[in-house]
Design a protein around this ligand. Sequence first.
Ligand code: MSP
Length: 593
Amino acid sequence: MVKKFYITTPIYYPNDVPHIGHAYTTIVADALSRWNKQKGKDVYFLTGTDDHGKKIAETAREAGKSPKEFVDILVPKFKDAWNKLDIKYDRFIRTTDKDHEKLVKEMLQKSYDNGDIYLGKYEGLYCVGCEAYYTEKDLVENCCPIHKKPVEKVKEESYFFRLSKYQKDLLKLYKDNPKFIYPKSRKQEIVNRVKEGLRDLSISRTSFDWGIPLPFDKKHVCYVWFDALFNYLSGSGKNEKYWPADLHIIGKDIIWFHTVYWPAFLLSVNKKLPKEIFAHGWWTFDREKISKSRGRVINVDELISITGNKDSVRYFLLRATPFGDDGDFSEKVLIDRHNNELANKLGNLVSRVSGLIEKFGVEKTTNKLLKKLDEKKINSLMENFEVDKALNEIFSFIDRCNEYVQEKKPWETKDKKILFELKESILKISEVLLPFIPESAEKIKKQFLAKKIVKENPLFIKIEEKIEEKANKQEKLIGIMDTKEADFSDWEKLDLRVAQIKSVEDVEGADKLYKITLDVGEIGKRIICAGLKQFYSKDKLKGKRIIYFSNLKPRVLRGIESQGMLLAASNKERTKVSLIAPDSEIELGSTIG
Ligand code: MSP
C-alpha cells in the first residue's frame, strides 16, 4: 500500500508581503514534500494564509481598507512569491474559505457540547502582534517579550476553553510519542511549562468582529488561534483524507500554540493528533531580528534579485544552517554559495562533461564512480530532517565527480567509458537535487537525457560575470553586491530642512500617530503623520524646531496624506525615540548637509 505523507506550513498573516522567514519554512516544507514524493509516497502539501484576527483588522484600518479588501490584495502576493520560488503545494488554504469557516464552527460546537467551552470574564495583557495574552511576569520592561511593544489591558466577556483539563493528557502524549516535538532540544521547555500547570484559554472576542462567529453566541468571534490551527484539518483533503498530519513544520515562535493548544483542541473534538511537529530556528538579518518597524526585512523578490536565481535562494536557505538552529542572513554568504557551490562545483561539472560528451560521445560500462554516492545516508538524513547535511553529502559527491574529471582527463584520453560514468552520475545528481533546486535539476536531467547532448548555457551565471554583463548593457548595478554602502549621490537626493511644529492633533483610531502641521519657511506649511504619541505629549512638541525630510514621496496614513518625515533617533527596541533638533534659532527652511 502507498504510504501517505501530509505536510503543512503555518498559515501566514497576510499583513505584508512574505519575507525570508516565511520563505524559509515554505521552502523546507516544499523540499521535504518533493523528497517524499520521490520516495513514492502519496504526499499532500498544505500552505496558506491566516486571514482573520485583530492584527489584520488593525493593519487594514491603517491602510484605509476593510479587512477582507486588505487580505484580498495581499494573499495573491504570497501565491506569487511561492510561484517564483517553485513551491508546489496541493492546496493554498485561507481561513476565509467557506469550507474552513464551516469546519471551525462545527468544531466549536462540538467542543462546547462536550463541555470544554464555558462563558467567563477575561482581564489580561494582550499583544496584538502575537495575538496572545501575557502575564505581568512574562513582560520585559512592560513590553511584549517578542515584539518589545507595550501590551494592551483587555477586559471583556469571553468564552474559555478548558485547557487545564488536558494537562495530564498532554504530558502523556509527549511521553508516549518522543517524536511529537522536534527537535528534542525544544521539547523539554514545553514539557516543563505544561508541568507547571495550564490556565483555561480565552477563545472568543467581542471587541472586534473580524473572525468566525461562535455558533452558540454570535456576539463573539472565535479567537484567531483556534480558527487558524484548524486549517490543518479543513485543508486535509476531501473527507479529511490525509488527516492526521504527518508533519507540521513551524518556526520556534509558535511552538506553544502547536504543541499545547492544538493537541488539546483536537482531543476535545475527538480527532486524531498530528504525528510530528518540527520547530525550526529563527533567521536574523545581519544578526538583528527581522522586523518591519526597523526596516530590516528582506522580501522574496529582493531575495531572488540578489543572484537572479530562485534555486540559489532555495539552496542557500536549505544549506546555510542545521535545520532547527537559528541562522543569520547575509548577502555575501548567499553570493559566495551561489558562486562557489552552484556555479563552480555543480555548474562547471555539468558544463565540462556535457561539452566533452558533445565532442566524444559515451560508451556503456559498469559505473564505479556512482557507487561513491551514499544514497542510504542521504535518505536517513532526510528522514531525520537534516536537510543541510543531506545537501552536504550530495555536494561531496559532486566534488568527487569533479576530481574524477581531473584525474581521468577525458579531454586527452577521449575515453567514452569515463564519460558514460560521469553522465550517469550527473543524472543521478539531478535526481537527488530535484527536491532542493527543482528548476536546475530539471534542466540538467533534460540536457543529459537528450539523444544528442549539446553543451548549453551555464546553469548558474557567476555573480561577477553578471555584473560585467549588466555593466556592458549600461544597467544600474546598485544593490547587487553591497546594498549597505550609500553613494554621495544618494545623500544628495534628500532635501532636509529646519521646520517648526505649529500644531499637533490626534488621529482618529490611531494610538501611536499624531497629525502634525509644520512651518518650513520658504517651502511653506506641510502636514505629516508621525508615530510620536508614545514618546511626546502635544505640548512638548508644539513650537519645537526639528529637521524635516521635505522631498519624500507622500504616503497616505489613516486617510491623511503625510508629506514627509521628521528626523529622530531611536534605540534598538524602538522603546525610546528622540527628535533631532537644531541647537540654535536658525531660520525655518534652512537646508541640512
Ligand atoms: N498565523 C500564525 C500561524 C498560524 S499556524 C496555524 C503566524 N503567522 S506569521 O505570519 O507570523 O508566520 C509565522 C511563521 O513564519 C513562523 O512560525 C515561521 O515559520 C515563519 N517566520 C517568520 N519570521 C521568521 C524568521 N525571522 N525566521 C524564520 N522563520 C520565521 O504566526
